[in-house]
Ligand binder design. Structure first.
Ligand SMILES: [Zn+2]
Length: 136
């Protein structure tokens, strides 16, 4: 079997399947962390949990019920809330926190992103169009 054959076969296998998503990759990461902890602590059961997490991740990637997997992943991302960018891309989240400040609209509570270090800014809320001043 040549490399091209293998790629085609792999593509055929993955068509109609979702492949890795956030929930699957987080499962794998948690599994890796558990294996490392188990390496030092030697509990035994931690490696079983990490094995189960890897199997769960592989099952997610190969599942043909794509819509169910998408809604699970969306629910998971929603549950993360403000933690989400820090888990998905810690580097970008840190960059974002350095460059921008998030303030709440005084009238409707909508979150607004303003650049940092620009002195007092006059902000117009994109949702309710209320104008307010923030120290950036
Ligand atoms: Zn508002």
């Amino acid at each position: 079997m040549t490399q091209g054959d293998f790629n085609r076969k792999a593509q055929e296998f993955m068509s109609g399947r979702r492949g890795p998503d956030d929930l699957a990759s987080l499962s794998v990461w948690v599994a890796v962390v558990l294996v490392i902890i188990d390496f030092f602590v030697h509990t035994g059961w931690l490696s079983w949990i990490s094995m189960a997490l890897v199997i769960y991740a592989v099952w997610r990637m190969c599942s043909k019920n794509v819509y169910a997997r998408i809604s699970e992943n969306d629910a998971f991302l929603k549950a993360l809330g403000p933690m989400r960018p820090w888990l998905q891309s810690p580097r970008r989240a840190a960059q974002e926190a350095r460059t921008y400040k998030h303030v709440k609209c005084s009238s409707c509570g909508q979150k607004v992103r303003v650049p940092r270090g620009k002195g007092r800014l006059r902000v117009t809320c994109p949702k309710c169009h209320e104008k307010f001043e923030v120290k950036s």
